[in-house]
Design a protein around this ligand. Sequence first.
Ligand code: FDA
Ligand code: NAP
Length: 449
Amino acid sequence: MGISEREIYDVVGIGFGPSNLSLAIALDEHRADSADPVGVRAAFFERQPSFGWHRNMLLPSATMQISFLKDLATFRNPVSRFSFVSYLHASGRLPQFVNNQDFFPTRQEFHQYLEWAGACFTDRVAYDSQVTAIRLPAEAGAGSPECLRLEIRTGSGTRRVDARNVAISTGLVPRMPKGVSRDERVWHSSEFLEKYSRMNPHDLKSVAVVGAGQSAAEITRFLYDSLPDARVSAIIPSYGYSVADDTPFANQVFDPGAVDDYYFGTDRTREAFWRYHSNTNYSVVDDEVIRDLYRRSYEEEVRNTKRLHFLNLTRVEDVKRAGNETRVLLRSLLDDDSPELDVDALVFATGYDVMEPTGLLGELDRYCLRDAAGRHRLTRDYRLVTTPELPCGIYLQGGSEHTHGLTSSLLSNLAVRSGEIAESIVRRRAEHERERASARPMEDVGETV
Ligand code: FDA
Ligand code: NAP
């Protein structure tokens, strides 16, 4: 079975990262558990040529930031065949994993798990396929449209697919400081390994990493270990790296129940979540990586050598580029000085903006209601609130920090969220079918008067 342009899908997923992969699993398991042999008809489009989860940050010793039990399915269905434990069993590594006594696998191993799960859905995923627009079908006319039409750019042209619902899951958007452009020597962390692999390491005598989050610390450690003769500068806006709080009480903000507390809470509730718990995720670093870096710095003191430099309380203001030369203009928050630094490569580990569906929605955005702060309104089941002229469901996986809280861009609640979206799609489809049946003339439904 392939993806057909002739049928109307119940749901089309835009992007096939962990979020929509988890939705594909939830829909599959719903079909298996119900009496419906066909199930929800779903198709997914992914712009990458094959499955990939932040490939450019698959650094050798980077570990997951959540327990392996927060996989694609377990929190929704602990006996799912798509759990991380099932993957370990299938790979013949379950005993060894348990012997290792570690809740946090490497990102490389988790990537293998995601690829293993993704490989079960090749019949309903098209890779190398970027969704460029969602529109109303031209033939929809003035009445309520039954479906949405997606335009998809592929290697061989454009295709169009119709869907009653869409699930947008296009992921985080790399953020650079205003006015700074990326090129072959100025990189964002999201493109790190690809850009790094294009360089001759001998040409990298001085490199710098900007930021004090997990990406910055991991890349600084990697560059220091991979370039034994290079000067490595870490430009950090804080006095030193701060630790990511993953202690048990704080970690409750990632529990499925916290979504209700956040969604149904007041503005003050939501503000408290951010005020007290941003340090579980943003601009923070795992304890182990901080200690690793400090140890390297201390060993340099003992050896009386210095090539790892921490420029603390410092922000990047601008970058001047000419040929192979890269000059970084800094601002020290210590003395308001404006030092400059020449480097051979510069990595901006300056974070990400949240997913924003406006570009994909285009004209459709005018049917989507916004709150007083101008942000999209969402129902509890992650659907954009639309005016009655647009009855089709547009679900967001990501971009819901303002309504559903801190887990929006993370893996923590992915299994449960996908289950909620799958249930919503199934429920709405049943309602739709009931409405159609009651609107049909009696002879159409095969009844005699
Ligand atoms: P993700 O970004 O993974 O997937 C979106 C997909 O959509 C991509 O494959 C992209 O190519 C595709 N796409 C985008 N636009 C498209 C279009 N128009 N058409 C078709 N396809 C399109 N969180 C956590 O809880 N624990 C962790 O350990 C980590 N680790 C981590 C490491 C790194 C380096 C980063 C940057 C982030 C994390 N995260 C994390 C957070 C991260 O957001 C999370 O792990 C998932 O990637 C979220 O999955 P999604 O599927 O929502 O987005
Ligand atoms: P982040 O946490 O948002 O950190 C961005 C950093 O850049 C902040 O310290 C920020 O400081 C700094 N910054 C921004 N502009 C700057 C400037 N002009 N000059 C100097 N510093 C500047 O981003 P991230 O580290 O990429 O993490 C994003 C997400 O990915 C998190 O969820 C993280 O957990 C995840 N991640 C996970 C792994 C893993 O699983 N192993 C690895 C990497 C990332 P201010 O806050 O002061 O602006």
